[in-house]
Write a protein that binds this ligand. Structure first.
Ligand code: ADP
Ligand code: MG
Length: 622
C-alpha cells in the first residue's frame, strides 16, 4: 500500500470551508455540520444556482435564476454552459460557438473570450460571477458568516488547462481554493463509500448537457479512478429537445413554420419541455403548455411517461454504451461493480434509473439528491482538508498518457493514461552525440506512438551537460503530477546535478473531441504506430552502435582476428544500409546481426579498460 501524505491545513481559522459543485447547468455549495455534509440553501428554497449569466445594458451582470429567466427575453446577452469554454482556445470551441448568438475572440494567451455588449469576458470571469453568487447564497445560509475557502469539483476528464482555469475563476471570485477534486470522487465520498475496505464503484452522472461515467476502486479506504468515459453533449437538454421537437412538429402544422423561427418561441418551447419532463419524473402523465402572447399562441399537449420514455430511449442507450466502454477500460464486468452511484439532475428520470439498474444488475444509490451529491462530497473533502477526521485519501487519474519525444520522433510514455494521481515517474535518457552539452525535451500528451500525432504540452532545454562520449551521460527526467493534476517535468544530469524543469500549463487544453479522437486514433492506429515506432527506435539504436563501432574500428583491426574483423566490417555496412530504408524486418535483422558481430569487439574493449584499470594495482587489491 503506497503511503501518501495528506495535506492537512491549519484549522485555526473559525470560518468554515465549503465544497462547491461548479456545474455546467447548476452550481451549489455545501458545508460540514455536526458530523455530516449539508447543502447551503436559503430557508425553504433550493440552493441550486443556475450557471447562467445575463449581461444587462446597464449595471452589473445578473447570475442564476434571474439570469436564466432573461434568456426568454434577451437570449443574445445570456450565457449558458460557460463551463464548456473553460481553459479552451477559440479553435477548440468552434462547434460549441456555432449554436450561440454572441461573438467570440481569442485573447493574447490563446484563450477564448465572449463579447457581450461590446465588452469581452473570459470564461474565468463569467465562472467567477457564478462562484460569487454561490458564495453569497452560502454566506446567507450560514447566517452572514464569511466564506473564503473552498474545495471545487471538476469533471474527471478535465485537463490541466481546464483545472487551472477553474482555479483562476475561484481566485477572481476571492476564494482560496483548498483543492480541486473530481466530481465522481466527490459523489462517492458523499455516500461514505470510502468506508468500505474494498470494492468497485461506478458513478453515473447525467447532468444538463453532459454525461460522465467513472469507475473507481476502493481499497483500505483509498479511492482510485480506474477509468472514465462519457459524452460531452448528452444530457437533460437532449431530453427536453425531444419533447420540444414533438411540440414544434405539432405546432408547425397548425400555426405555420414561421412561428417556429421566433427566438421567443424557441426559448418558450424549451422551458415548457423541461417543465413537462420534470413533472414526468414523479407523475405518470403531464402536460406541455406553451403560451406566447406576442404570437397569440396558447397550446397544450398531454404527454404520458411511456411516450416520453420512447422518445428518449436511444439517448439512454447511448449512456449505457459509454458504461460498456468504461468497464472494458477498467477490465471489469458489470457483476464486479459493488456500488452504483447516480449523480446529476437527469438521473431523476425513472427510465434512466430503471435501465441503469437493469444494466448493472444492481440497485443504484439514490438516497441523496442526485443534483446535490457532488457538492456534499466536496464539503466532506473540505472538512478533511481543514483538519477533520475521516482520514482517507483521494486519488484521481490522468486522462491521457504523458511522455517525452525521443530521437527519431517516437514517444516514450512516462506516465500511462488512467494512472492514479498524484504520481511521479522517472525515465532515463542519454546523449546521442559525443560532447553534446544540451538536450531538448518535448513533453507530449496522447495515445499515439509518434510525437507528431500527439499534442505537445511544452518544450524545454537542459544545458550544462559535461562533454563526454555519446551514451555516457545519465539524464533522469522526472514527471510529477500533483493532486490538482498540474504536471511538473524535471530533467537532471546525474554527474553534475544540473537541472532544468517546466511546469506544464498549456495555453489551452484539448477539446473533448480531441481527447476522444486521440484515444480512438490511438487504438485504430495502434498497429501502424507500433510499426513506425519500432522503425524509428531501431534506426536510433543502430545509429548509436554504428558510431561506437566506427570510433573503435582501429582498435578492432589491431585486436581481433582477421575473420572476426571482416565479419564486423560487413555487418557494419549492412546495418548502415538498413537504416536508409523503413523496412522493419530488415532493420531488426541488421540490428541482431550487427549486435552479434560487435560482441567480440565489446569483449576486447572491456579487456582493454579492465587492464588499464588494473595497471599499477597489486593483485591483492582486486
Ligand atoms: P449539471 O451537472 O450539468 O450542472 P445538474 O446535475 O443540476 O446539472 O442537472 C441538470 C439537469 O437535470 C437539467 O437538464 C434538468 O432539467 C434536469 N433535472 C432536474 N430535475 C429533474 C427531474 N426532477 N426530472 C428530470 N430531470 C431533471
Ligand atoms: Mg454535475
Amino acid at each position: 500500500m503506497p503511503y501518501i501524505e495528506l495535506n492537512v491545513l491549519n484549522n485555526t481559522l473559525p470560518e468554515p470551508a465549503v465544497g462547491i459543485d461548479l456545474g455546467t447547468t447548476n452550481s451549489l455549495a455545501a458545508v460540514w455540520r455536526e458530523g455530516r455534509p449539508i447543502v447551503l440553501a436559503p430557508e425553504g428554497r433550493s440552493g441550486l444556482v443556475p450557471s447562467v449569466v445575463y449581461v444587462p445594458s446597464e449595471g452589473t451582470p445578473v447570475v442564476g435564476r434571474e439570469a436564466r429567466d432573461q434568456a426568454v427575453v434577451d437570449p443574445r446577452h445570456t450565457v449558458f454552459s460557460i463551463k464548456r469554454f473553460m481553459g479552451r482556445g477559440l479553435a477548440d470551441v468552434q462547434s460549441e460557438l456555432a449554436a450561440r448568438p454572441y461573438r467570440a475572440t481569442e485573447s493574447q494567451r490563446g484563450l477564448v473570450q465572449l463579447e457581450l455588449r461590446g465588452r469581452k469576458y473570459t470564461p474565468q470571469e463569467l465562472s467567477a460571477l457564478i462562484l460569487m453568487k454561490v458564495r453569497d447564497v452560502a454566506c446567507a445560509a450560514l447566517g452572514g458568516q464569511t466564506v473564503s475557502r473552498a474545495v471545487i469539483t471538476v469533471p474527471a476528464y478535465f485537463d490541466d488547462a481546464q483545472r487551472q482555469a477553474t482555479r483562476d475563476a475561484a481566485r477572481l471570485a476571492g476564494l482560496d481554493v483548498l483543492r480541486i477534486i473530481n466530481e465522481p470522487t466527490a459523489a462517492s465520498l458523499a455516500y461514505g463509500l470510502d468506508q468500505r475496505d474494498k470494492g468497485h464503484v461506478a458513478v453515473f452522472d447525467l447532468g444538463g448537457g453532459t454525461f460522465d461515467i467513472s469507475v473507481l476502486a476502493i481499497e483500505d479506504g483509498v479511492f482510485r479512478v480506474l477509468s472514465t468515459n462519457g459524452d460531452t453533449h448528452l444530457g437533460g437538454d437532449d431530453f427536453d429537445e425531444r419533447l420540444a421537437e414533438l411540440a414544434r412538429r405539432e405546432i408547425g402544422s397548425v400555426a405555420g413554420a414561421r412561428v417556429l423561427e421566433e427566438p421567443g418561441f424557441q426559448q418558450a418551447v424549451r422551458l415548457a419541455a423541461e417543465k413537462c419532463k420534470i413533472e414526468l419524473s414523479t407523475q405518470p402523465e403531464s402536460e406541455m403548455h406553451l403560451v406566447v402572447p406576442e404570437l397569440r399562441l396558447n397550446w397544450r399537449r398531454r404527454v404520458t411517461r411511456e411516450e416520453f420514455d420512447a422518445l428518449c430511449a436511444d439517448l439512454i442507450g447511448r449512456t449505457l454504451d459509454c458504461c460498456r466502454r468504461a468497464l472494458s477500460d477498467a477490465k471489469l464486468k458489470p457483476a464486479q461493480i459493488d456500488e452504483v452511484v447516480l449523480v446529476g439532475g437527469s438521473t431523476r428520470v425513472p427510465a434512466v434509473r430503471a435501465r441503469v439498474e437493469a444494466w448493472f444488475g444492481r440497485r443504484p444509490h439514490t438516497e441523496l439528491n442526485p443534483d446535490e451529491v457532488v457538492a456534499l462530497g466536496a464539503a466532506v473533502q473540505a472538512h478533511i482538508l481543514t483538519g477533520g477526521k475521516r482520514d482517507m485519501l483521494l486519488m484521481d487519474v490522468t486522462p491521457l498518457s504523458l511522455g517525452v519525444e525521443t530521437m527519431g520522433g517516437a514517444v516514450d510514455k512516462v506516465i500511462q493514461r488512467n494512472t492514479t494521481i498524484p504520481c511521479s515517474a522517472t525515465a532515463g535518457y542519454t546523449t546521442y552525440a559525443d560532447n553534446q552539452t544540451g538536450l531538448d525535451f518535448n513533453i507530449v500528451q496522447g495515445e499515439r506512438e509518434l510525437a507528431k500525432d500527439c499534442r505537445s504540452l511544452g518544450r524545454f532545454q537542459l544545458k550544462g551537460v559535461p562533454p563526454m562520449p555519446a551514451g555516457l551521460a545519465r539524464i533522469a527526467v522526472r514527471f510529477h503530477i500533483d493532486a490538482d493534476g498540474v504536471l511538473m517535468v524535471t530533467a537532471k544530469e546525474e554527474s553534475t546535478g544540473e537541472t532544468a524543469q517546466i511546469e506544464v500549463q498549456p495555453m489551452h487544453g484539448l477539446t473533448d473531441a480531441e481527447v476522444e479522437g486521440m484515444l480512438k486514433s490511438g487504438f485504430a492506429h495502434a498497429r501502424d504506430d507500433f510499426h513506425a515506432r519500432r522503425v524509428a527506435d531501431l534506426k536510433i539504436e543502430i545509429g548509436t552502435m554504428v558510431r561506437a563501432t566506427e570510433k573503435n574500428l582501429h582498435a578492432a583491426h589491431g585486436g581481433l582476428d582477421r575473420e572476426t574483423f571482416l565479419d564486423l566490417e560487413e555487418s557494419l555496412a549492412r546495418a548502415k544500409a538498413a537504416t536508409q530504408k523503413d523496412d522493419l524486418d530488415a532493420l531488426q535483422k541488421a540490428r541482431d546481426e550487427f549486435e552479434r558481430a560487435t560482441l567480440p569487439l565489446a569483449a576486447l574493449l572491456m579487456n582493454n579498460v579492465a587492464q588499464k584499470a588494473l595497471m599499477g594495482k597489486k593483485l591483492g587489491d582486486v
